[in-house]
Design a binder for this molecule. Structure first.
Ligand code: PRT
Ligand code: MG
Length: 213
């Protein structure tokens, strides 16, 4: 599997990806710490550690051959230049419209705060709803509480963050999990290595994945 660079994001995706990679024999060589490029126990296989939203960009441009990214990030990016051969089934959650449970309809245009502008724009356009979108970079839950927006489009896992702020999930947009993405050129130029990575990960995430290799 030589000559492969795999992009992953720090945080929950890395936390759930490392055990998967370990199962297929790929482990970081030493502490990751603050390093951005990390060699692994497999010669030629490197991890690069980047922001979740940057994974599709690095892979689409071929700066990484493959990457692991949430479906939310891929839907928002659009996925040009990427193959998406495998659902890894990790970092699962739901993308939802959230807000006050019994809020009256807004008098004027619905205001929606989100970091998912493209997904949200498509969602309301498909429903013929005129919505004003407000781009935020985090803590979306705050927006309805201080009157910035009527509702938000955000990820929900346990629902604890919403509940802690008096909000509730209102409309389901998509089920989310992390996917393996592969650069289109790498798919051709590094076919044996890429096929091996896909096959090994498929076996590691599929049935019997708990059994030792
Ligand atoms: O830090 P940066 O802006 O780069 O990215 P990030 O903080 O979004 O990265 P990270 O490491 O948290 O990973 C994000 C990816 O994990 C997302 O793109 C999803 O694919 C996936 N994921 C799965 C989640 C959640 N579950 C999740 N619950 N990402 C974020 N959340 C947040 C959510 O936004 C909300 O604020 O957790 C809060 C809700 O959780 P509950 O359990 O209270 O409902
Ligand atoms: Mg984060």
């Amino acid at each position: 599997m030589s000559g492969l660079r795999i992009a992953v994001s720090k945080g929950r995706i890395l936390d759930e990806t490392l055990p998967l990679l370990a199962r297929i024999g790929i482990a970081p060589a030493g502490e990751i710490g603050r390093r951005l490029i990390v060699d692994t126990t497999v010669p030629g296989v490197q991890l690069i550690i980047i922001r979740a939203t940057d994974v599709p960009t690095y892979v689409a441009y071929g700066a990484a051959d493959a990457g692991i990214a949430g479906k939310d990030v891929l839907l928002e990016h659009g996925g040009e230049g990427l193959y998406e051969p495998l659902d890894l089934g990790i970092a699962r959650c739901r993308l939802m419209v959230c807000g006050y449970p019994d809020a009256p309809l807004p008098a004027s245009r619905l205001r929606v705060a989100t970091k998912y502008l493209n997904i949200t724009q498509r969602y309301y356009a498909e429903r013929g709803v005129q919505a004003e979108l407000i781009k935020l970079y985090g803590s979306m839950e705050l927006a309805p509480l201080v009157g910035l927006a009527d509702c938000i489009v955000d990820l929900v896992d346990t629902g604890n963050t919403l509940r802690a702020n008096g909000l509730a999930p209102l409309e389901h947009i998509a089920d989310i999990s992390s996917r393996l993405v592969v650069n289109r050129a790498s798919m051709k130029l590094k076919l044996p290595a890429v096929e091996r990575l896909i096959g090994d990960l498929r076996a590691a995430t599929g049935e019997g994945a708990d059994a030792p290799a």
